[in-house]
Design a protein around this ligand. Sequence first.
Ligand code: 4LM
Length: 402
Amino acid sequence: MRNNRRRVIVLKNYRLETEVIHKGYDSQSFQGSLTPPLFQSSTFTMKSAEQGERRFAGEEEGYVYSRLGNPTVTVLEERIAELEGGEAGLAFSSGMAAVSATLFGLVRSGDHILVSEGVYGCTYGLLELLKDRFNVDYDLIAMDEEDHIRSYIRPETKVIYVETPINPTMKLVDLELVCKLGKEFEAKVVVDNTFATPYLQRPITFGADVVVHSATKYISGHGDVVAGLMVGSREFVNEVRMTTQKDIGGIISPFDAWLLIRGLKTLPVRMDRHCTNAVKIAEKMKAHPKVKDIIFPGDDQFPQAGIVKSQMKQAGGMISFLIDGGKETAQRFMNELQLIKIAVSLGDAETLIQHPATMTHSVVPEEKREKMGIGPELIRLSVGLEAWEDIWADIEQALEKI
Ligand code: 4LM
């Protein structure tokens, strides 16, 4: 059996804003349908038993079964590969399916993973699972200083895994530095690009080997899909497709792929709006006496402003902030909000707010959470697409009440 994907006409040399709309799809191959058709089919019929044999033997291209490939999913995979600047893409049923299939594809028992000092709570859970059940060790470390990173690299270090910006502390990782060390020590660099998206940051252009996404977030953009994506070399993507994805099975449904193709078309315009709204909200928050601190890469006093400049187009739409008074005050503030929704996830049209210590990162033990910078005062805001004045008015009225 081999990778059974139908080839579509490949468009070349367009800008990202054009590729999000056209890449990986030729309408004339699909009876002129402007939008990619939804192939809502679990399996694909063969003309003959011999054709079935040839396809399973990998001697003939063509779709076989939707766990191995589906024409709607192929459009999405080719599109995300182009946007990230990688050779090939792979779609999954969730961000965690993408993260787990990638790590299972890269490590073996006895290996070590070096991880940025902070990752999404379930990624932390996966690292613990790998450690407990499969003897894969890991270290969560600050990746600011080259010597510090070097001191943690061992002969068994096979992967450097980073989020940048980190969820939810908004710290950044210098991708050029990390990729340089990855090459030197022959460790694969995996970057979770969920918060930035390829519109704001393209890790492969800095030398990263693999990019993963929770496509549930900005890539979908509409809060109606849970999905994941991965981009890397054709060799690695094919290997994952035919091993850790095929045999563990975390594939995307054709309908969810179709929704992501639709969502991607507006990614650049949505991201511009998320970013400009976030700048406005951050400015207002910073000036408010009840806000103790904000952590926002777009703030001119952000300690890693140099990294924003060197590797990001804009600072993104996520703001973390602290208000005095611990968990109770944070929760009281959230309960006073009227327009802004209390919900995990991010990158949707609606502004969302959550309390990482008790929500997305509650699985991380308190001591490690504190080390990552996730205390009870920290609140995470995903700035939506509404009028920024309305978002701010809601925050302001809630702050007045605490
Ligand atoms: C959240 N995040 O933070 P799925 N990588 C990053 C993430 O933020 C997430 C995932 C992977 C949140 C979900 C509730 C940086 C998720 C995992 O949820 O499996 O698509 O992605 O609010």
